[in-house]
Design a protein around this ligand. Sequence first.
Ligand SMILES: [Zn+2]
Length: 130
Amino acid sequence: MHDYEALIAAARKSRENAHAAYSNFRVGAALRATSGRIFGGCNIENATYGLTVCAERVAIFKAISEGERGFDAVAVVTDADSLTPPCGACRQLLWEFCGDVPVILANYKGKTETEAMRDLFPKPFDASNL
Ligand SMILES: [Zn+2]
């Protein structure tokens, strides 16, 4: 299924809940499970900056904690002119739980781009290394 509109819409909706009091950079993410359920996440910052958690990881942790396993797409939405890819930490987590899924990047000007996780994270450290 390549219809990512619902996934992008869910990421936008989650972005509205971002707690970005320090950076003012609001991010929304959404993860689609193979069950069809969609899990949204927003960035959640903290006065102790290092405790900040990205939108992608919030979405992953929500889905995993709800018992979901197996995902087929993830979307990341910001209002930046240039699309915002997941940071390194999130790429590691996305690879762990989603593998080589499409990552849909979108902004509020109608710009979207789809990247493959294998391109964003070409030489992963994962269970095969253990
Ligand atoms: Zn991140």
